[in-house]
Ligand binder design. Structure first.
Ligand code: ADP
Ligand code: MG
Length: 761
């Protein structure tokens, strides 16, 4: 384009801050990960104070780190204390409540300086940690800046009415340090330093700021509308970069080749269908047809199958596996734990009957074999399973991560089924792909209903199918909350367990941790109700408050542990004569197997366990589940847990034992579970109640998280728009050759923690 020469000066942004910042500041900035000018400019304010709006002092909590806008009311001192120190006290007010400011010094001089600044009637921002003092609250040695500096000239005067940006800080770094440094750098940079990764037409279509405008307005807004517009662009950009990457993955996947595995007449699948003891639900037929058609194409299927526990996903997956076996391929089924892998193998063999006895006397003619490969199998069993996989004798190979180890070879891997996606990542998928010597078809199953925005964000490169109905004949589950503090209620709970056992049922008792003496083994997925200012406050609160420690949670009794609860139950008169077993992740695999087998057979009808039972364990006689410390589990997790009961003809009862404050988020979660069994409704509730980081996984929750502005819980529309735009851009330019900045942004994201984020698929 003649006449339009854009001079890139990226060096300016990659320049170290050592020249710009004072010597003392450099290490403090480094502690925030800020080494270059570019880093500094990507260090966005966490929120903004409006100088015209006084902070509600009454709402400040002791221990909280705060930055507030207030008016100076009164100053006393400096005066000498009995210890010889000098003290200056001032009080600031929002017009209703007041807060004391206290400064100590060895000499009078520094205090006189504060006294000169803190003139009654003047307004300022004050930062510090709230403590109690006498019968009021105070900030000791706050940092502060006066907003209405009458003597100020030029910039300071001009800025007086602007929103005050508040940056995440580290010790000995003050807001004004960062602000002044940012200002200094912004002044030296022109639009050419801020080339835009968003294509112009996209920016125009969505009415977004340019990148240069965004950087200026996010750091130095002149009014609220400025930073809001900057945030809108930043939010959109996060969604766009992510969706562009997902679009690129989809486009690549569509260009890959897979071996087509069309259905074959007279094969295993037909034989299996002919002897199915039930008719498939409409959903199973529909999804089954979808999958059958995709397997028949020479492009790898990439499909996510969602369905409640018990909705019949396994049957759908098995039918897909049989189609692949009929077409000369093998299928691998990956389960998240050894217990589940073993159970999958057992139930697949049971469903297949003699169709799984290939090569054996009495096996059906078309039969294949189901091999189970786990890390813990005996070496002989392992060798046999490895051989069956490598020779192709086993059409279906079931296992955990062990399937990904280098020693496992497949003769002709055609389909990978992953049960419960979140523990398997893209990297593992790639390894399986390498084993397949190409691209196997992929079916991911999840029992956790995933709301659409999350699916678009986290699983954007998979197509989705949903099994909505649960096969008829299920008796369902009644759920009740039992207050933990009421001995008579607890007694009734255990009596109920006794009654179920006497009636031939089984009971699960679920605990949040294994060992009463160890905190280390608590369940990683437990929910902790943290104050989450960022989630409901709209645009202005991005992370925790001023980077300080959250206020202490009130003390609560320690979590109940499997090893102590099992002893208590064994000693309980109402359970006299009832064998009580345990199941948890620290048991040896063969002990786990035995515990489950004893439970299934009824020899040990009460099983105290951790959430190991969460996914897939199938004991139709299980009719009661007691969850201790239920308030510490997520909604979806509890829903999955209770899916373990009421699977047979007898109805199930789920008793959620918890100590909750009426009206608290935990109480809301439990009440929702009492009220409904609709998995999608629960998933939505879960999403609304949980923090973003919990939704997307731990890798997303830190301050360095790459999703800083986007909220999948709130920004469905933005995600939708970005997805459309990204699809268009990628369709025209799949490798983003005309969009080098976008490509760089994606690569930068993928180098960081976003990688893990996408790897959750
Ligand atoms: P999921 O894997 O979704 O939890 P499963 O496939 O394990 O569900 O099915 C749960 C139970 O329901 C199994 O015992 C299965 O045999 C049975 N089942 C599956 N589909 C049907 C159906 N269409 N009608 C009746 N029972 C079914
Ligand atoms: Mg299942």
């Amino acid at each position: 384009m003649p006449g339009l020469i854009v001079v890139h000066q990226p060096d300016r942004l990659s320049m170290s801050l050592t020249q710009a910042a004072g010597k003392a500041l450099v290490p403090r900035l480094e502690r925030l990960g800020l080494g270059t000018v570019g880093d500094l400019l990507r260090h966005y304010p966490r929120r903004y104070l409006e100088p015209s709006t006084l902070t509600d002092i009454g709402a400040l909590a002791t221990g909280e780190r705060v930055t507030i806008v207030a008016d100076v009311e009164r100053v006393q001192g400096p005066r000498r204390t009995r210890t010889g120190l000098f003290v200056l006290t001032a009080s600031v007010t929002d017009g209703r409540d007041r807060l004391a400011l206290t400064f100590f010094a060895k000499r009078e001089g520094p205090l006189a300086y504060h006294a000169a600044q803190l003139v009654p009637g003047r307004r300022g921002t004050f930062s510090g940690q709230v403590s109690t003092w006498q019968d009021g609250r105070q900030l000791t040695h706050p940092t502060y800046e006066m907003l209405d500096d009458e003597q100020a000239e030029g910039r300071a005067r001009e800025r007086a009415g602007w929103p005050v940006p508040l940056y995440p800080l580290t010790a000995k770094l003050e807001q004004r340090h960062v602000r002044d440094l940012v200002h200094q750098e912004l002044t030296g940079l022109g639009p050419s330093h801020f080339p835009d990764l968003l294509p112009d037409e996209v920016r125009a279509r969505r009415g977004l700021l340019t990148w240069a405008e965004t950087v200026h307005k996010v750091h130095e807004p002149h009014e609220e509308a400025d930073w809001r517009a900057a945030h809108r662009r930043l939010r959109y950009q996060e969604a766009f970069v992510l969706q562009a990457e997902l679009a690129r993955r989809r486009a690549r996947a569509a260009a890959e080749e897979a071996v087509a595995r069309p259905p074959r007449a007279g094969g295993l699948l037909e034989a299996f269908d002919a002897r199915l003891p039930f008719t498939l639900t409409a959903g199973q037929r529909e999804v089954g047809a979808e999958i059958a058609a995709e397997l028949a194409r020479p492009v790898p299927m990439q499909r996510l199958l969602q369905g409640e526990v018990g909705s019949g996903k396994t049957v759908v997956a098995l039918r897909a596996m049989l189609q692949v076996v009929d077409a000369g391929g093998q299928a691998a089924l990956l389960a998240p734990t050894e217990v589940l892998a073993a159970q999958h193998a057992r139930s697949l063999r049971a469903m297949l009957g003699d169709l799984a006895e290939g090569g054996l006397l009495g096996g059906a003619e078309t039969a294949t074999r189901v091999a189970l490969l786990t890390g813990s199998a005996s070496s002989a069993a392992r060798r046999a399973a490895l051989l069956e996989a490598a020779s192709g004798q086993a059409g279906i190979v079931v296992g955990t991560h062990a399937l990904l180890s280098d020693v496992v070879q497949f003769a002709e891997l055609g389909l990978v089924v992953v049960d419960e996606q979140h523990r398997f990542g893209v990297e593992q998928r790639d390894r399986l792909r390498a084993k397949a010597g190409g691209h196997p078809h992929l079916l991911v199953m999840t029992a956790t209903p995933i709301p659409r925005t999350v699916a678009m964000t986290v699983f954007g490169d998979l197509e989705t199918s949903v099994l909505r109905e649960v096969p008829a004949g299920r008796s369902g589950v009644q759920t009740h909350v039992v207050p933990a503090g009421r001995p008579t209620w607890l007694e009734r709970t255990w009596r109920r367990v006794r009654e179920e056992v006497d009636g031939g049922g089984r009971a699960y008792v679920v605990c949040a941790r294994i060992d009463p003496d160890s905190e280390a083994d608590r369940d990683a997925d437990l929910v902790v109700d943290r104050a989450a200012p960022g989630d409901d406050a709209g645009d202005d609160a991005l992370l925790d408050d001023d980077g300080g420690a959250p206020a202490e949670a009130p003390a609560r009794p320690p979590l109940r542990a499997v090893l102590e609860v099992v002893e208590e139950l064994r000693a309980l008169p109402v359970l006299a004569g009832v064998p009580v077993g345990t199941l948890h992740g620290r048991m040896a695999p063969e002990d786990k197997e035995r515990a489950l087998a004893d439970f299934a057979s009824g020899r040990v009808p009460v099983l105290v366990s951790t959430t190991v039972v969460e996914v897939g364990v199938d004991v139709p006689e299980a009719t009661v589940m007691v969850v201790l410390d239920a308030d510490r589990f997520g909604v979806s997790q509890l829903h999955q847990l209770r899916g373990r009961i009421g699977r047979g003809s007898a109805p199930g009862v789920c008793l959620l034992v918890a100590q909750v404050e009426p009206g608290s988020p935990a109480a809301t979660r439990l009440e929702t579970l009492e009220r409904t069994t609709d998995g999608f409704e629960l998933a939505t509730v879960d999403l609304g109640l949980r923090r973003e980081g919990d939704v997307l996984g731990a890798a997303q929750s830190g301050a360095s998280s790459s999703l800083r502005f986007l909220r999948v819980t709130r920004d469905a529309e933005v995600i939708e728009q970005a997805r459309q735009d990204a699809r268009e851009v990628v369709a025209e330019d799949p490798e983003l050759e005309r969009h080098p900045l976008l490509r760089e942004a994606i690569e930068a994201e993928l180098r960081g923690d976003r990688d893990e984020f996408l790897d959750r698929t």
